[in-house]
Write a protein that binds this ligand. Structure first.
Ligand code: ZN
Length: 176
């Protein structure tokens, strides 16, 4: 992501990126949670709901920090969620909505948490502005906690041996 993203030089620019990223995360965690509920996996759904709340809380905190500032417009496509093995910048929302095992859902979440963490870590390292570096460092630490949480779920044995889910299309039942 850092390849095509320009160096973030100001706090307002950083906050605009953070809001875009956290909103995108919250939205996708909601989709993942809904999908897991459809598959009756309430445990994984509740992890996604928790991560959705974290993203919303983050976005709120960033909005508070941004009060009174004029945030620049940024290119939102840089912050769209990706799916693993999906072309960078491709929209995999459909995949997020459609037939997923808990493992696939967790892989998608993990992939994007790592992207988020790496983005924040990159800003924390490279920004010329000390306050931007400090804020980004805090965000990177929090994203690392999300990565760890997902890792714990992914390492569970019952998950790695999970059979693929069958298509949920309703069976062709004769009427009456
Ligand atoms: Zn996160």
């Amino acid at each position: 992501m850092s390849d095509n993203t320009k160096i973030i030089e100001s706090v307002s620019e950083f906050l605009a990126h953070a809001i875009a990223m956290e909103d995108e995360s919250a939205e996708h965690y909601e989709m993942l949670a809904d999908s897991m509920e459809i598959h009756n996996n309430d445990e994984v759904a509740s992890v996604f709901r928790k991560l959705m709340k974290y993203s919303e809380k983050h976005a709120d905190e960033v909005h508070d920090l941004a009060e009174g500032m004029v945030l620049p417009n940024i290119a939102p496509w840089d912050y769209n969620w990706n799916c693993p093995d999906f072309p960078e910048g491709g929209d995999c929302s459909e995949m997020v909505n459609y037939l997923m095992t808990a493992r696939q859902a967790l892989d998608i979440a993990m992939h994007n948490e790592i992207r988020g963490r790496d983005f924040y870590a990159w800003v924390a390292r490279e920004s010329p502005d000390a306050e931007v570096r400090r804020l980004a460092g805090e965000m990177a630490d929090e994203e690392q906690e999300h990565v760890d949480l997902l890792q714990t779920m992914l390492e569970r044995k019952d998950l790695s041996s999970e059979p693929p889910l069958e298509d949920l299309d309703p069976p062709n039942m004769p009427e009456g």
